[in-house]
Design a protein around this ligand. Structure first.
Ligand code: NAD
Length: 434
C-alpha cells in the first residue's frame, strides 16, 4: 500500500517506520525542513530506542521517504494519508487544532486521487466530523475521514506500535475497514483486536484512556501524602492494592507527577470538552490539580529542609525527561523543579542520559549541565532524583557520600530504600514514606 504521513514527530516517525518495515511504501512529511534534512541522512531528531535502525534500513531499501511538501504525498496517490501533527494545549486548556486543519486543507488542495484521511493525532470528540464537513467544501475528490488514535508510549514506541493491546478505528465504510485491517493485521497476529467503532467513540476512547491512566497516578500521588501523614508506606500500600486483579500494578507508582505531551494536555482538553457541553468535570479537574501540586511537592520539601532562601546552596538533579527512555521534556516535572529552585536562588546542576540538549534550549545559562551524574553532585547540598533512568538505580553511594557537601537525597521516584540509605549515612526523603 502507498501511505502518506503528515507530521514526522514521535508518533509520525514511529508509525511511518513501522508501516515501511511491514512492506508498505511510505512518505513522511514535516514542515520542519531541518528535521527532514536530518532524516534523509538517517539522523533521528528524537531519542526513541530502536528507531534509528528502522529508519535507516527502510530508507536504504526505498520503502521510506521524506519530504517537506504535502503535495509530494498527494502526487504519489496514496490510498491512506495519516495526520500525526501535534495538538498542543491552548491557554484555556482546549486542544489547538490549527496544525491539523492547516494540514488537512493543504491535502484537500492537492488531492488528485481518492484517499482515506486518517487522524492519528489526539483530537476532541467531534473533530473528525468537522474535518469531513470542511474538506467536503474544499475538494471534489472522494475521501473518507477515519479516526485511528495512537496509544504508543515514548521509550517503548516501536514495541507498542507493532504489538498493540488493541487498535481502535472510527470509520463508516466497508472499504475503510478493509484498508485498516490490511494495514494493521501484521501487528495483531496474537489476536489482539482491531475495534471498529463510530468516529466520536474512537476520539473519546483515546481521551478517556489517558485521563483514566492519569487518574490512577494522581490517586496514588494524593494517597502518598496521606500515607506520609499517617506513617503508612506508599510502596507497601501500592503492592497490597495492586495484587487485587481489579486494580492491577501498572500506573500505581507515586512520584513527582506525570508530564509529557499527552496526559497533561488530554486531561485538560477532556475537562474543557465537558465544560463546553455544560457538563460537570470535577474529577478531570482534580486529576490535573493533584498533579500540579505533586510537581511542586519536592521543591516544598527542599524549602522545608533548607529554608526558602537557597542562595549559596547547590542542588543537583538526576533526570530531566518526563520519564526514562525518552528525550521529551514537554511538561516534565523537572521544569517545575528548576523554575522553583531558580526562584529560591539555588545554584542548579543537572544531568540526564539524553534530554540535556532539549533542556539547555530552555535554560542556556541558568542551569549547569553535565553528562556525568557524579560531576553534578560534587559539592552539592542535595540531590533530587526526578526520572528513574536505569543508571540511577544502583549508583556508587559511597562515592556520592564522599563528594557531596551534604549527603541529602530527595528521591522523587522511590527507587532507593529508605532504611538502607539512612544506614549509609544519607538524609533521605522519598514520596509517601513516613
Ligand atoms: P510532535 O510535536 O513530536 O510532532 C508533530 C510534528 O508535526 C512536528 O514535527 C511538526 O513540525 C509537524 N507538523 C505540524 N504541522 C504540520 C504541517 N502542517 N505539515 C507537516 N508537518 C507538520 O508530536 P507527537 O508527540 O508525535 O504527537 C502527535 C499527536 O499524536 C498529538 O496529537 C499527540 O497527542 C498524539 N500522541 C502522541 C503520543 C506521544 O507519546 N508523543 C502518543 C499517542 C498520541
Amino acid at each position: 500500500m502507498k501511505i502518506g504521513i503528515i507530521g514526522t514527530g514521535y508518533v509520525g516517525l514511529v508509525s511511518g517506520a513501522c508501516f515501511a518495515e511491514s512492506g508498505h511504501q511510505v512518505i513522511c512529511v514535516d514542515k520542519d525542513s531541518q528535521k527532514i534534512d536530518k532524516l534523509r541522512q538517517s539522523e533521528i531528531p528524537i531519542y526513541e530506542p530502536g528507531l534509528d535502525e528502522l529508519v535507516d534500513r527502510n530508507q536504504r531499501e526505498h520503502r521510506l521517504n521524506f519530504s517537506c511538501q504535502i503535495r509530494d504525498i498527494c502526487d504519489a496517490r496514496p490510498e491512506v494519508i495519516f495526520f500525526t501533527v501535534g495538538t498542543p494545549p491552548k491557554a484555556d486548556g482546549s486542544a489547538d487544532l490549527s496544525f491539523l486543519f492547516q494540514a488537512a486543507e493543504e491535502v484537500a488542495k492537492y488531492l488528485v486521487a481518492p484517499a482515506l484521511l486518517v487522524s492519528k493525532s489526539t483530537v476532541p470528540v467531534g473533530t473528525c466530523r468537522k474535518l469531513w464537513n470542511l474538506l467536503q467544501q474544499k475538494t471534489e475528490i472522494p475521501f473518507e475521514i477515519i479516526s485511528n488514535p495512537e496509544f504508543l508510549k515514548e521509550g517503548d514506541a516501536i514495541h507498542d506500535f507493532t504489538k498493540p493491546d488493541r487498535i481502535v478505528v472510527g470509520c463508516q465504510s466497508e472499504q475503510a475497514k478493509q484498508a485498516m485491517t490490511h494495514l494493521y493485521e501484521p501487528f495483531v497476529r496474537t489476536d489482539n483486536p482491531i475495534l471498529f467503532v463510530d468516529l466520536e467513540s474512537a476520539e473519546m476512547i483515546k481521551y478517556a484512556s489517558n485521563a483514566f491512566l492519569a487518574a490512577k497516578i494522581s490517586f496514588m500521588n494524593e494517597l502518598s501524602q496521606i500515607c506520609q501523614a499517617t506513617c503508612a508506606d506508599i510502596d507497601a500500600v501500592r503492592k497490597g492494592m495492586g495484587f487485587d486483579k481489579r486494580i492491577g500494578h501498572s500506573f500505581m507508582f507515586a512520584g513527582v507527577g506525570y508530564g509529557g505531551s499527552c496526559f497533561p494536555k488530554d486531561v485538560k482538553a477532556l475537562a474543557h470538552l465537558a465544560e463546553e457541553k455544560g457538563m460537570s468535570h470535577q474529577l478531570m479537574s482534580a486529576i490535573d490539580e493533584v498533579n500540579e501540586r505533586q510537581k511542586n511537592y519536592l521543591a516544598e520539601r527542599l524549602a522545608f529542609k533548607f529554608g526558602s532562601d537557597l542562595k549559596g546552596k547547590t542542588i543537583a538533579l538526576w533526570g530531566l525527561s518526563f520519564k526514562p527512555k525518552t528525550d521529551d521534556i514537554r511538561e516534565a516535572p523537572a521544569l517545575t523543579m528548576i523554575n522553583r529552585l531558580l526562584k529560591m536562588g539555588a545554584t542548579v546542576r543537572a544531568t540526564d542520559p539524553v534530554a540535556i540538549e532539549n533542556m539547555r534550549q530552555i535554560y542556556p545559562e541558568q542551569v549547569a549541565f553535565s553528562h556525568d551524574q557524579y560531576a553534578v553532585i560534587e559539592g552539592a547540598d542535595a540531590l533530587v532524583l526526578l526520572t528513574e533512568w536505569a543508571q540511577y538505580r544502583r549508583p556508587d553511594f559511597l562515592k556520592m557520600k564522599a563528594i557531596m557537601r551534604r549527603a541529602v537525597i530527595f528521591d522523587g521516584r522511590n527507587i532507593y530504600q529508605s532504611q538502607a540509605m539512612k544506614a549509609l549515612g544519607f538524609e533521605y526523603e522519598g514520596i509517601g514514606k513516613s
